[in-house]
Design a binder for this molecule. Sequence first.
Ligand SMILES: [Ca+2]
Ligand SMILES: [Ca+2]
Ligand SMILES: [Ca+2]
Ligand SMILES: [Ca+2]
Length: 357
Amino acid sequence: MKNTTKKLIASCVLATTSSAFCLSAYSDTIWVGWPSPDKTDERFISMSGTQTNTEYNDIVIKIGIPISATSFDLEFFDGDASGIGLPGFDPDSRYDSHFNAAAYSYTLYEDQNQTGNTTNTIQVKTDADFVNNEWSTFLVGQTASHGVAVNPGDEFYYYRLVLSYTGDTENDIFLNGLKVRVRSDGDSLPELSILDKISVVASPINQFNDPDPTTSGYPYDGSWSFPVRVGSGFNAPLLFTDIDADHKTDNSSPDNTNTIIPGDPADDFSGTASIPKEARLISPNIRYTIFDPSGNLLLSNNDPSGDAPDEETFSYTAAGGAVPEGIYRWNWIGVDAGNTIILETNGELLPPCVCRY
Ligand SMILES: [Ca+2]
Ligand SMILES: [Ca+2]
Ligand SMILES: [Ca+2]
Ligand SMILES: [Ca+2]
């Protein structure tokens, strides 16, 4: 796709008469979120389909709750999908753009063995269970252990969260922005990482209500920095695939197998006599760099993918054939506000924001 314009805590108690403080089962109030636990940074997971010039994928998030924890909380920001279409028109809606769209299903499974099983469902909710433009509860005080034996060496209780659109992904008009965050008790932090593909976007999603770069104090600067974790004994090569970056010319690709599909609308669209310049342009032209765990530059790509279904892949194998373990960095700049990009890697895509609340 697509830029979006063209289409449409802890429990708190009053301690004294003059102040309040929070008492919690948790040793701290640190939330780990994807893409962040910050409701003000204007960055989102996006779920959308063919009618918004993008590619639909279920979003699958691996959740690790430390073995030392006894319970955890899981929340969604703007898990609703109130949208701007009819029926269900909501003039105050944020971060959703819909027209007669169906429901979203959000399901948490036990997945200790990381097999993708769907036999042990922990919780199911839909977009109707969540509020607009705020955090709300998916689970609170959930027992960390889920009744399944952990494997030798496991440091976490593993869960899998699957976000799905239940309607026609080819023909329905829908774009749902949301965030996910988790916290647990004990001394170790929980983890969130992406399995399969992830689509991200910065506001505006709802062009009538969402902040954009012309808004005072708008925080998004067009950059995303994704950590990609590679474990020991990784089977080479390490793959980085981007889809729907909407590069304006799309003349090349890292794998030299490029099909030229220019962005529509293009990132850094500079306007024509009849079509004004995009209000959401963030310079420069969309691009990315990739660094290895030692900080060495592996690739500088100034011409990522064009419009969906265009996709491009960079394949990395170090000298000698192995892929060293550690945290790689996939750094994007110039990603216009409202431009959805889809990312996929066979490493573990960790949250781009390391800020914690
Ligand atoms: Ca909303
Ligand atoms: Ca939403
Ligand atoms: Ca740009
Ligand atoms: Ca796009």
